[in-house]
Design a protein around this ligand. Structure first.
Ligand code: 13P
Length: 249
């Protein structure tokens, strides 16, 4: 049985005090969730929130890590540093990192390698932009993203990968993929995993949907057989909304 999951991605929101307040609210409300719950926070929150959530079922994720092990990379945070905070996950390959920080397939493959070498689990994001969807190229795009950065992993390493399909045109736009659109590409992604790692591994792979997923549309999306949960941006910043999405899973 694969893990169902609701993960939040705070992006560059919440100062330390606001982040601690939100995590505290979530901790008090999430005692025995029916699915895995992860919150992805800016680096500055990780140590404090990981400590705060130590005895909670909620796990903590970084939103990025460096593509180098250590050394003279001013301003960067390594996978080892992330791990040392108590965070268990890292989100990699988010479209905002690919788009605004020019993260390439090779750079992401290196980040994946370092994250795994340091014992982190990975939420790996893939998804097409609007023009690619309009040209009917979404399958091609997600296939290239997987082949470019994660399909080099061994079957054993693959067990630490959660995928998140996030169509870029749906992120922060209020435009959600319809459940049928999302299910179609999730099933395709699962078929690619089956080709690469076998049917059983594909059945065990958690594939999240992200892109304007909220407390209103989550249940309908999560009812699709290949949608195992969500990676939530805006709605993860408000406890009540995030909790409603967890309850929908
Ligand atoms: P929104 O839920 O704000 O569209 O963001 C989705 C996302 O990018 C999560 O990683």
């Amino acid at each position: 049985m694969r893990t169902r999951m609701v993960a939040g991605n705070w992006k560059m929101n919440k100062n330390l005090q606001e982040g601690v307040a939100l995590a505290t609210e979530l901790k008090e409300a999430v005692k025995d969730p029916k699915c895995a719950v992860v919150i992805g926070t800016p680096f500055i929150h990780l140590a404090t929130i990981a400590e705060l959530l130590k005895n909670s079922p909620i796990k903590v994720a970084a939103e990025n890590c460096a593509d180098h092990e250590k050394g003279a990379y001013t301003g960067e945070v390594s996978a080892e540093m992330v791990k040392s905070t108590g965070a268990e996950y890292v989100i990699l390959g988010h479209s905002e990192r690919r788009q605004y920080y020019a993260e390439s397939y090779d750079m992401l493959a290196e980040k994946v390698r370092l994250a795994l070498a340091n014992g982190l689990k990975i939420i790996f994001c893939i998804g097409e932009v609007k023009e690619e969807r309009e040209a009917g190229k979404q399958n091609e795009v997600v296939k290239a993203q997987l082949e470019g950065s994660v399909f080099g992993l061994t079957a054993e390493e693959w067990k630490n990968i959660t995928l998140a399909y996030e169509p870029v045109w749906a992120i922060g736009t209020g435009l959600t993929a319809t459940p049928a659109q999302a299910e179609e590409i999730h099933a395709y992604i699962r078929s690619l995993v089956a080709e690469k790692y076998g049917k059983e591994a594909a059945e065990d792979t958690t594939i999240l949907y992200g892109g304007s997923c909220n407390e209103k549309n989550a249940a309908e999306l999560f009812a699709c057989p290949d949608i195992d949960g969500g990676l939530i941006g805006g709605a993860a910043l408000v406890a009540e909304k995030f909790l409603a999405i967890i309850a929908a899973r």
